[in-house]
Design a protein around this ligand. Structure first.
Ligand SMILES: *Cc1c(COP(=O)(O)O)cnc(C)c1O
Length: 346
C-alpha cells in the first residue's frame, strides 16, 4: 500500500481532528449542558445526538468482533460510499475501478464528486480475475470497489481473487458486504489487521431489518476511521437511529432467526422459479434476493406491477438482459408471487 498521506486528498489530510466540548469530557463528569445552545425544554428531542455514537459502537464491536476505533457509522452505507469518494479522490484527476454490474451507488457518488469511474465487466458467471481489475488501474486509481455478495447478481465474488486484489493493489480496496449475513463465505473483516488499505462495508438495512433508520457501517484502520470522523457531519446519525439500533444489538438472535427463514425461503423460491415455463434460468444466490432470466422480463415485470407486486427489472443492466431481481419476502408474499407467475399467459 502507498502511504495513507499519498492516498488522501491534501485538503482532507490537513483538516484538524474532530472535537467538541462534549467529546473532551466523559459523560459522568458533566451534569448540566449549557454549551451547545440547545433548548432546555422538549426532552429528549432537545439534545444533539452523540457525534461518535459510542454506546452503539460498543455493542456493535462485540457482535462484529472489531474494536471501536476501527468502526465508522454513517447515515446509511451510502454516506460511507460518498465519504470514500470525497476523502481519497481528487475531482477530475483521480479515478475509481469497479466490477460491472454492481451496486449503482458507487457510480452515482463518483459522478456527483466528478470522479472518473472505470467499470470492468464480470464474466458470464458474474466472476472476475484479480488481474482484470488491476489492469484497469493506473497511477491515479485511488479505489477499487468490490461488492460480495454482489448486487444485482446475488453471488459471492471468488474469495481468492478478492484477496489477491487487496494484496496487490497500492490504493484502497472497498469490499461491500451488505448481504454477507445471508452467505456462508467468510467475511473480510478479519483481514483488516493484515491490510491497512482495506475498507469493509456493512449495513443494518438488509438482514437487520432496519432500512427505515439508515445506518451504514465502515470497518477500516484507525487512521482511516479518524479521517472519516473529521470529514463527516457532526450529527450524522440521529438519536433515535442510535437508540433503535442499540436495542437491535441486544437481541441479535432474532436477526439470526430471520436470516435462517429468509435463506430457507430463498431456496424454495429459486426451485419454484426454475419450474416456471417463463423462467429461463436462475442464478446462484448468497443474498436475500436472486436474479432470474425470464422469457420477457419487461412484460412480466409490468404484469406483476399491475397486480400489486413490485420486483426489480434489470433489463438495462450489463449482463442482466431479460432478468428480474426478486427480493425474498414473507412466506405468504412469496407464495402469492408464485401463484401470480403460474397464472401468467394462461
Ligand atoms: C442495499 C445495499 C446497501 C445498503 O445501503 P444503506 O444506505 O445502508 O441502506 C449497501 N450496499 C449494497 C450493495 C446494497 O445493495
Amino acid at each position: 500500500m502507498k502511504d495513507l498521506q499519498q492516498l488522501v486528498r491534501e485538503n482532507i489530510w490537513l483538516l484538524p481532528p474532530y472535537s467538541t466540548a462534549r467529546t473532551q469530557f466523559s459523560d459522568s463528569d458533566i451534569k448540566v449542558l449549557l454549551d451547545a445552545n440547545e433548548s432546555p425544554f422538549n426532552s429528549p428531542y432537545n439534545r444533539y445526538p452523540d457525534p461518535l455514537q459510542r454506546l452503539l459502537k460498543t455493542a456493535l464491536s462485540k457482535i462484529k468482533d472489531i474494536p471501536i476505533e476501527n468502526i465508522f457509522l454513517g447515515n446509511g452505507t451510502d454516506e460511507a460510499i460518498d465519504m470514500v469518494c470525497r476523502v481519497f479522490c481528487r475531482p477530475r484527476i483521480d479515478n475509481v475501478v469497479a466490477i460491472d454490474p454492481t451496486y449503482r451507488m458507487y457510480k452515482v457518488r463518483a459522478d456527483v464528486n466528478d470522479i472518473e469511474y472505470r467499470a470492468v465487466s464480470l464474466d458470464e458467471k458474474f466472476q472476475i480475475k484479480a488481474e482484470q481489475l488491476l489492469a484497469a488501474t493506473d497511477e491515479n486509481t485511488k479505489v477499487i470497489w468490490i461488492c460480495s455478495p454482489n448486487d444485482p447478481s446475488g453471488n459471492n465474488i471468488n474469495r481468492e481473487e478478492v484477496a489477491k486484489v487487496i494484496k496487490s493493489f497500492e490504493g484502497i480496496v472497498v469490499v461491500d458486504e451488505a448481504y454477507s449475513d445471508f452467505s456462508t463465505q467468510k467475511t473480510f473483516r478479519s483481514e483488516l489487521y493484515n491490510h491497512p488499505n482495506l475498507i469493509v462495508l456493512n449495513t443494518l438495512s438488509k438482514a437487520w431489518g432496519c432500512a427505515a433508520i439508515p445506518l451504514g457501517v465502515a470497518f477500516a484502520s484507525k487512521e482511516v476511521i479518524d479521517i472519516f470522523n473529521k470529514v463527516k457531519f457532526p450529527y450524522n446519525v440521529n438519536t433515535f437511529t442510535q437508540r433503535k439500533a442499540l436495542e437491535m444489538m441486544h437481541h441479535p438472535y432474532q436477526v439470526f432467526d430471520w436470516v435462517k427463514m429468509i435463506i430457507q425461503s430463498r431456496e424454495i423460491m429459486m426451485e419454484s422459479f426454475k419450474a416456471l415455463p417463463v423462467c429461463i434460468r436462475v442464478f446462484p444466490s448468497d443474498a436475500n434476493f436472486f436474479l432470474a432470466k425470464m422469457t420477457d422480463a419487461q412484460a412480466i415485470y409490468e404484469y406483476l406491477a399491475k397486480n400489486g407486486f413490485l420486483v426489480t427489472n434489470c433489463a438495462r443492466i450489463h449482463l442482466c438482459e431479460d432478468c428480474l431481481r426478486i427480493t425474498i419476502g414473507t412466506r405468504r408474499e412469496n407464495q402469492a408471487l408464485m401463484a401470480l407467475l403460474r397464472k401468467y399467459n394462461q
